[in-house]
Design a protein around this ligand. Structure first.
Ligand code: NDP
Length: 239
C-alpha cells in the first residue's frame, strides 16, 4: 500500500530528526522543515523534501506543504515538533525570550495545524501530532513562560481534537519529560542551565530521542479509527 506523506517540523535535530528517520524506515515520503537544512539533507532519505523554514512564517509554511502535496499526494500526518526552551527567572529574563517562545511554540504550531487541517477535513482523514511537554501538565522552577507555551499546546490540542473528531481526523498530544537533546542549550542564564543539568544527573538520566519517536510512531500506527489522545512519557526516575 502507498505510504502517506508525513510533515515533520524541527527535523534538523533531536526528537524531530529521530522521528524523520523512523518514518523514512517505514517507507513514508517526508517533508522535513527547520531553519537549518543541512542536517536534514545529511540524512540522505529517499522521497524526502528538506526545506529551510521558520515555522512562524505562515505563508511559507502553507507553500511548503502545498509543494510537497503536489509531489507526494495529500498530507497523512503532521508532527508539530519545532520548539524552543528559554528558561528564565521572570524578573531577570529578557521579555524578548518570552516573545520568541510564544511565537515558535504556540503560533508556529498553529501554523502547522492550519497548513493541513482544511485538506484533512475535506478528505475525512488525517493525523495531527503535537509535541507538548510534561511542562504542559505540571510546573518547574524558572519555567514560567515555557510552561505557559506548553500548557497552551496541551490545551489547544485537546480542543482541536474535539473539533476534528467529527471529521475523522486524529489529534495526538505527546508530553515528554526531559530528553537528551540540544533544547536546553539556547537558555541564556548559565546558572539555570547548570542547575538543570545537575537535576538531570541526580535523576539518573533522561529519555533518548528514540524513546519519544517510538511513542510518536506507536500512536500514528494505530488504525485511523483509534486515537491515542495523549502520551505522557518520562524517565522512570523523573518525578
Ligand atoms: P532540539 O533543540 O534538539 O530541536 C529543536 C528543533 O526545533 C530543531 O530542529 C530546530 O531547528 C527546530 N526549531 C526551533 N525553532 C524553529 C523555528 N522558528 N522554525 C523551525 N524550526 C525551529 O530540541 P528537542 O528535539 O528536544 O525539541 C523538540 C520538541 O520537543 C520541542 O517542541 C520541545 O519543546 C519538546 N520537548 C523537549 C523535551 C526535552 O527535554 N528535550 C521535553 C519535552 C518536550 P532549527 O534550529 O534548524 O530551526
Amino acid at each position: 500500500m502507498k505510504k502517506e506523506l508525513i510533515v515533520i517540523t524541527g527535523a534538523s535535530a533531536g526528537i524531530g530528526l529521530a522521528t524523520a528517520k523512523q518514518f523514512a524506515k517505514l517507507g513514508h515520503p517526508l517533508l522535513l522543515l527547520a531553519r537549518r537544512v543541512k542536517p536534514m539533507q545529511a540524512l540522505n532519505l529517499e522521497n524526502t523534501i528538506c526545506m529551510s523554514l521558520d515555522v512562524t512564517d505562515r505563508k511559507a509554511f502553507e507553500d511548503a506543504v502545498r509543494l510537497a502535496e503536489s509531489q507526494f499526494g495529500a498530507v497523512g500526518a503532521i508532527v508539530n515538533n519545532a520548539g524552543i526552551m528559554l528558561l528564565g527567572n521572570i524578573v531577570s529574563q529578557d521579555p524578548k525570550e518570552w516573545d520568541a517562545m510564544l511565537d515558535v511554540n504556540i503560533k508556529g504550531l498553529l501554523n502547522g495545524v492550519h497548513a493541513v487541517a482544511e485538506s484533512m477535513v475535506k478528505r475525512n482523514s488525517g493525523t495531527i501530532i503535537n509535541i507538548s511537554s510534561i511542562a504542559g501538565i505540571k510546573t518547574f522552577p524558572n519555567h514560567t513562560a515555557y510552561v505557559g507555551t506548553k500548557f497552551a499546546v496541551s490545551g489547544l490540542s485537546e480542543n482541536l481534537r474535539e473539533e476534528m473528531a467529527p471529521h475523522n481526523v486524529r489529534v495526538i498530544t505527546i508530553e515528554p519529560g526531559a530528553v537528551d537533546t540540544t533544547l536546553l542549550s539556547h537558555t541564556t542564564d548559565e546558572s539555570i542551565k547548570e542547575n538543570y543539568n545537575i537535576w538531570k544527573e541526580d535523576m539518573g538520566g533522561v529519555l533518548s530521542v528514540e524513546d519519544v519517536s517510538n511513542a510518536i510512531i506507536y500512536a500514528y500506527n494505530q488504525p485511523q479509527n483509534v486515537c491515542i489522545r495523549e502520551i505522557v512519557i518520562a524517565a522512570t526516575k523523573q518525578l
